[in-house]
Design a protein. Structure first.
Ligand code: F6R
Length: 610
């Protein structure tokens, strides 16, 4: 969703702001803007709808050597994507960029009746509120603090004033903000960003703001305060991501790169945690004693979208490893409002790639409030959820830039299996099953690479054929069921083809009525004890004139219009191989349809609002 960049130093600010905003493009946005200032009180405010390239044109037409500025990518919430609603917003002498939502903006607006508003945004209300406190004898810091003490909602903000042109003020409540501390003492600078990717290439040292903190940033200094103006000691942390990880590295799209690199990213996920020789797995960072691990009786897995489907698949595996534990998997946007009770000795796995998803975060807080231990299964290091959970682990999939989540799914499932293995070890149960999972997890990276490589041309050709259809049904049983749900999500979000995932056993209960020439049916069929049931469902669809494609590891004779047969030494983890294939299928379908593969319409990478 929205992104923030700010710069103060000796370099041309507009260049750094625009390149930083480009790094945040992946988060999803519909307009953008920057403002730069200088000691001569001469601000340059440039805003544009559409892609950053439009903003770049304005920057080229209005060059300025200014060395301080703030920039923003906006994902519309209050007010349409229009230039007047784009940030930065000006009120008097101040400029403001804002991520998040000011919930009491209407009430605040009614108290600012003298102010002439020019946008429909909640952000301009905050700008006007700060301005209302910014008397000639008041500092910007004091005005910002007074305003923020009246605000309800969430914010990550950066504020500039032409009266105090040697500082940027930033503050955070709910929406992430970090300050990249310049690394060159002879050429001091500081950079502000809502996401570490905008800092890469400039510095690896960052101060992550906590909720309720404000910082006054000059070229040489960062002063950290709380909202009662008490000074705090900033903690400088290392950013672990590398610049190369957020570049396309020769691929046409980030999505293709992220699908193809899964064998490598999965290796990072399991590295040092899985020992196939000893047949063991161990996750660190859980913050649970052996006694607490042994006591676990119930696991609730919380997530949204792909993270939720990763949880669904993992639950099948967890049930196999921990046969004395019950599991439930819940959608965060629903669960947060339910009057739920969790049994004693529950733990919650909070699954999120970004670590910022608003609904997932709200669930985490609801669960914590009930005294239940929360463990994060998170990708983005230092993210809000990662900071608020009681314990947990990073999945180490590396930066995921394309809006559609792919490699994170694989790493999330693997991490939850390792969690189950860790708990089972503490309970001293099911060593054979743990050993089987450990062996399969260690083989999985190579199996993924082989599957993708072997079937890429075939999948591309299939996409050429099926991209002319308007609808798709994805069908699977058992562990292939959550994979079917995930496959349908992937297809619809990037190709805009309507797709639904269903449990194959449910066909007779409704979806059969859909089978017609506008639909194709993709069956995920895994060899095993339920295969004949899946094959019957396939035949029933074929008998009704369905257009079928099958992804399978079975060597049985299968009658289908198209058949993608993988060979693998895996058993339990075969669904993950079928999943990477359907990710590739969705990718090529989207390419055929000509949409914006990495930034599908109306979507954002990090869903920080409800
Ligand atoms: C789908 C997708 C979304 C996310 C969901 C949760 O491809 O990317 O469904 O999975 O928004 O996001 P995180 O994992 O960041 O909490």
């Amino acid at each position: 969703m929205c992104g923030i960049v700010g710069y103060i130093g000796n370099k041309k600010a507009s260049d750094i702001l625009v390149s930083g905003l480009k790094r945040l493009e992946y988060r999803g946005y519909d307009s953008s803007g920057i403002v730069t200032i200088n000691p001569e009180n001469n601000p340059t405010l440039l805003r544009s709808t559409g892609k950053i390239i439009e903003l770049e044109k304005l920057v080229d037409q209005n060059p300025t050597p200014d060395q301080i500025g703030i920039g923003h990518t906006r994902w519309a919430t209050h007010g349409a994507p229009a230039e007047r609603n784009a940030h930065p917003h000006r009120a008097g002498d101040i400029f403001l960029v804002h991520n998040g939502i000011i919930e009491n903006y209407k009430e605040l607006k009614s108290q600012l009746s003298d102010y002439e508003f020019t946008s429909d945004t909640d952000t301009e209300v905050l700008a006007a509120l700060i301005n209302s406190f910014y008397d000639p004898d008041t500092t910007l810091q004091s005005a910002v603090t007074q305003a923020l003490n009246l605000v309800h909602g969430t914010y990550g903000i950066a504020v500039l004033s032409i009266r105090e042109p040697d500082q940027i003020i930033v503050a955070r409540l709910g929406s992430p903000l970090l300050i990249g501390v310049g690394k060159d003492k002879d050429n001091p600078e500081n950079i502000v960003a809502s996401d570490a990717s905008a800092l890469l290439g400039h510095t690896k040292n960052a101060i992550y703001l906590n909720n309720g903190e404000l910082a006054i940033i000059t070229k040489t200094e960062v002063k950290l305060l709380d909202l009662a103006a008490q000074e705090l000691t900033p903690k400088v942390e290392k950013i672990t991501a590398e610049l190369a990880e957020i570049q396309k590295q020769g691929y046409e799209h980030f999505l293709l790169k992220e699908i193809m690199e899964q064998s490598t990213t999965l290796r990072s996920t399991i590295s040092g945690r899985v020992d196939p020789e000893k047949g063991t797995m161990k996750l660190g960072g859980l913050n649970l004693s052996d006694q607490e691990l042994r006591g676990i009786k119930h696991i609730v897995i919380v997530g949204c979208g792909t993270a939720y489907y990763a949880g669904m698949l993992a639950a099948y595996y967890i049930e196999q490893v921990l046969d004395d534990v019950t599991t439930e998997v819940v959608i965060a946007s629903e669960y947060r409002y339910r009057a739920f009770n969790l049994p004693e000795a529950s733990v919650a796995l909070i699954v999120s790639q970004s670590g910022e998803t608003a609904d997932t975060l709200a669930c985490l807080r609801e669960i914590k409030a009930r005294g239940v231990k929360t463990l994060g299964i998170i990708n983005v290091v230092g993210s809000t959820i990662a900071r608020e959970v009681d314990g947990g682990t990073y999945v180490h999939a590396g930066p995921e830039i394309s809006v559609a989540s792919t490699k994170a799914f694989t790493s999330q499932v693997a991490t939850m299996i390792m969690f189950a293995g860790t708990v089972a070890k503490a309970k001293d149960i099911n060593p054979q099953i743990i050993a089987k999972f450990a062996r399969e997890l260690s083989l999985l990276p190579d199996e993924i690479a082989k599957t993708l490589q072997t079937h890429q041309p075939e999948i591309q050709a299939l996409a050429r054929h099926y991209s002319k259809y308007d609808h798709a049904l994805y069908l699977g049983r058992d562990t292939a069921y959550p994979v079917a749900l995930e496959g349908a999500l992937k297809l619809k979000e990037i190709s805009y083809i309507h797709a639904e995932g269903y449990a194959a056993g449910e066909l007779k209960h409704g979806p059969f009525a859909l089978v017609d020439d506008r639909f194709f049916e993709l069956f995920l069929i895994i060899d095993g004890w339920l295969i004949d049931k899946s094959l019957s469902a396939l035949q029933e669809v074929k008998a009704r004139g369905g257009h079928t494609v099958v992804f399978t590891n079975s060597t049985k004779e299968i009658e289908s219009d198209h058949l993608v047969r993988i060979t693998t030494q895996l058993d339990l983890l075969t669904p993950i191989l079928l999943n990477v294939l359907q990710q590739l299928f969705a990718y090529y379908m989207a390419v055929e349809k000509g949409g914006d593969v990495d930034q599908p319409r109306n979507l954002a990478k990090s869903v920080t609002v409800e």
